[in-house]
Each structure stands twice: as structure tokens, then as C-alpha cells.
Design a protein around this ligand. Sequence first.
Ligand code: TEU
Length: 578
Amino acid sequence: VVARDWWKSAVVYQVYPRSFMDGNGDGVGDIPGIRQRLDHLEHLGVDVVWLSPVYRSPMDDNGYDISDYYDVDPLFGTLEDLDGLIEDLHARGMKLVMDLVVNHTSSAHAWFEESRSSRDNPKRDWYWWRPPRPGRTGGEPGAEPTNWGSVFSGSAWAWDEATGEYYLHIFAESQPDLNWENPEVRQAVYSMMNWWLDRGVDGFRMDVINLISKVTVPGSPGLLDGEVGGNGGPINTRVYGDQGPYVLNGPRVHDYLQEMHREVFAHRPAGLLTVGETPATSVDQARLYTDPARAEVDMVFQFEHVDLDSGPQGKWDIVPMTVRDLKESLFRWQEGLAEAGWNSLYLGNHDQPRLVSRFGDDSPEHREASATALATMLHLLRGTPYVYQGDEIGMANTPLPDISHCRDVESINAYQDLLDAGLPPEEAMGRIRHKSRDNARTPVQWDDSPHAGFSTADPWLPASPDHATVNVAAQVGVAGSVLEHHRALIALRHEEPVVVHGETVPVLADHEQVVAFVRRHEGRELLVVVNASSEDGVVADVPDAEAWASAELVLCNRASPSHDGFVLGPWEARVHRR
Ligand code: TEU
């Protein structure tokens, strides 16, 4: 019998298909490529694969702009390839979770093409169409229905000359927002989800699912201007207004998710997983999304810890982040979802810079130790860990000499914005280099051969030069490698109930370099102590140190502890059990 909450003991691995493995030699990763590399996933021991979008798409946002939910894009293969992948994964005891992108479609989706064809088309109301501001001429700057900025720069409204109205796009112009107020839209989404589940997929990662309910007020345009210059969570406002308060965690979002649960999940057997991506969501809101009694989603990706290095002007306003800030945030979430709800645990994904470069130290001296230290911290918290492809071998940010090396629509637009705001090109590029999503999108480094064993052709985004030393082949079976350390952490979660169910008790909360906590469950205790700095000789004066020092050492990210007692070397991590 499968428990409803089976995913509490699971580890999820994210595959970004474009960059995982190229099976047909065109420089772009694909589904046949994924099928060639399943030994790697099985060796790691992960339970679930979350596959970023492989649906038909013009690829303006690498597949997060979907033009057909019922087919696979030829770039990635065929539906048969996907069926084969599901079969292969199931045969190896792994599950497949698909990306569900339903806040918006591509503007090339048939629904949008119908919707834009005329003002009285039956699908007109499937999207957010609004007239220009009263007294203004459509298409001229400032005539947009609201002052909202798009996450990918510029206005969130695009002018449609043919029908004389604007449509809303929170993301790129080619990603129009679906109107979830319309019950037909919701039913179309639920049917599509049911179709995929019937086909054998094991759940969904729901893209920006907390954006589906917008605040509306009576009258036309029925939407309100946002504050100019504030920090709208994921939104970068400059001359545009902050749409955050009107689109994030809106008034009907919980109704919609509960309806989705009834229509799609309620009557299916256990064994599925749902995770909502929810930027700018507080612990209290996350509890509402994930409390099983409310039947919405199993867990959410919250953004607080990945927003710590963003200043008041948003993502590209980069500010320093301390270990204490990080701990304060992580522990507050541990506590907030201790009684009801569940955490997802992540430090990186396809939208974030590489975790070892951001939270660790990617210099050759400290890269491995910081990658394993951070993994130790993450995997042993309470929640479901997510490993983004390449993080299991400690892949770092990639050199992006200038903007011509970037492929991501967000980075390319943001660079222009930064120049327009008066930044010198080198300063603008410095910020892009730091946070560009392209950092996480270079090919997985399988070996030291040309293109890192990812492809026989020039990849769509070049492999990082460090693939000569940082690669899967160099780490498999090598004791102490980043890969084998991940494997040990995953195995520990599978074996040790305290990792799954234990409460989390923060230790040394005020320490400036050390992250430490105790996990407790049914008389069993685990102590996790991590030096989150490149400094040597850091004293972690944990309570009850003597007893802990003589307790079993379950894991350490070096061959043996570097000093006696709880004195730690750079990025040293230890796990004791009693
Ligand atoms: O991301 C949504 C989101 O809010 C961010 O991660 C955003 O991409 C980032 O903050 C920009 O700075 C999801 C997907 O994960 C992302 O790849 C898509 O581009 C986006 O939605 C639109 O579908």
C-alpha cells in the first residue's frame, strides 16, 4: 500500500531537457538522450524525475511558452519517446513528474489564436483583453490598461492592432496569461491534466501557480495600477508599476487549486506528487497551499531564501547575503510548516545561478567541500529535497564574457534595461554574470571530452570550460566526490526515519558561519553541523558537545574530521547520530 505522503521520504531530480543529454546530435538535449542516462539517476538513488517542459513550443522561453499541451516538441522527440521514458523510469522504480505551465500559454497556442481573432470570438474571454486607458490612443506609451511591468522587462500589456485591445502577459509578450476566472479555461486545463495522468505520469510541478487569480474590481479595465519603484517579488520594476499585489496569491487561488484537486487528483490512487511554484509567498500562505486537510498541493517552491541577495529594486539589484540570513529563513520555514504542510528543499534550479557559486565557494580549492557541505545542510532538513541537474557534481556558474554569450530572454532584456538605466556596460554585465539563468543551463558535464559528452555537435549553449575536471565520469564510484556524497545523503533519507519525520531544532542560531541543527524522532537524534564558510578552525560550540563527539559519525564531507571536537575546517560538514 502506497502512503498518501510517500513523497516525504523521496528525493526529486530536475531534468532541464535542453541541457541534459543530446541523443540525436543536433546540439540540443532531448528525450532519447535522457533515456541514455538513466543509469546515472538510478546510481544516485533519486525517486522522482521532474521534467521541465517538453511540449510543443516556439521556445521563446525554452518551452515555458506552450503551443500544444498534448504533444512533444520535435526538438525533444515524440510522444512515443516520452511514453518510453515513462516506461523506463517506472521499470527502474522511479516516477516522472511533468511541468504544468497554465498561468499562460504561448501566443502560438490555438486557444490564443482564436481569442485574438475577433472581439466576439467565443475564446475571447480565455485571456485578459482590455481596452486602452480612457482617453488614450491604443499602442502609445502609457495607454496600457495598467502600469504593470512584465517579469521579462517592458509593459505587461501588448497592443493588438487588429482588435484594438491589449492582452496581459506577466512574462514575455509571447506568453499571454490565461483567464482563470473563466470556468471553461479551468475545465480545459483539468482535462489536459487528466489526459497526462491517464498516460502514466506521476504528478505535476505547477509553474507560477500562485499567479492564476488576479485581483479585479468592478468596471473597466477592472484592474488597478501598481506602485512604481517597489520590489514586486520576482518582478523588476523600474518605470513600470508593481503588479505583485494584484497577481500574486490572488483572491480565488485557493478555490481554483481545491477545484483542481477535486477534478484531477481526489479520485486517483496514492502515488502522485504535486508541487506548486509560488514566488513571493510567505510561510503562512504556504501553509494554506500545503496543509493536506485543505487538499490543494503537496508542497510549494517558496522563494524567500533565493530572494535574500536581491535588493529593493529586485533581482538585478544585488546585495550581500549572510549565513545568518539564510539560516533565519530556512529555520522559520522549518518551524512554520512543522505541524501542517510540507517544505520542498532547494538551492538551485533552471532559474537560479548555480548554488555552489551563490551559496558556496566555487574556487578550485573549496568547490567540492562547499558543494557537499551545502548538500548536507539541504538534504537533512525536514522536507522533500530537489536536486537540479549538475548540482550533484558541483557544477558552477559559467563564464559569460559578454551579453552575446547569453541565450535567456530574461538576461538579454534585463541587460538592455540596466544600460537604459545608465549603468556602464561592464557593471551591467557583472550583474548578469552573477544571476543569469544561463548559468544553470549549460550542458550537464558527463565527461572530459569535447562538449562534455553532452553532444557530438556544438551545444546551443557551450559546455563550461571546467568540464575537463568537473564531470560525472570523474566522480562515479570515487569516495568523497560530490556525486557520491549526494548518493550517501539520498540513501540516508531512505534508511533513516528521523531524516523524514524528525522535528528540526536549530542550534547555534546566532553563529555567523555555522549552520547546525538537531533532528529528533522517537528517541533517535541526528546532529548536523556545517561550516558554511571558507575559514579554517571555526568553533561550533554545540550544546552537549562531549556526548555528541562520541556519538556515531554517520557522514562527513572529508575523509575524517579535520580537528578534534567541534572545530571545523573550511566547509566541513558532519552528521552524528545517537
Ligand atoms: O518561473 C517563474 C518565476 O517567477 C521565476 O523563477 C522567474 O523566472 C525568475 O524569477 C526570473 O527572474 C517560471 C519558470 O520556472 C521559468 O523558467 C519561466 O520562465 C517562468 O515561470 C515563465 O513560465
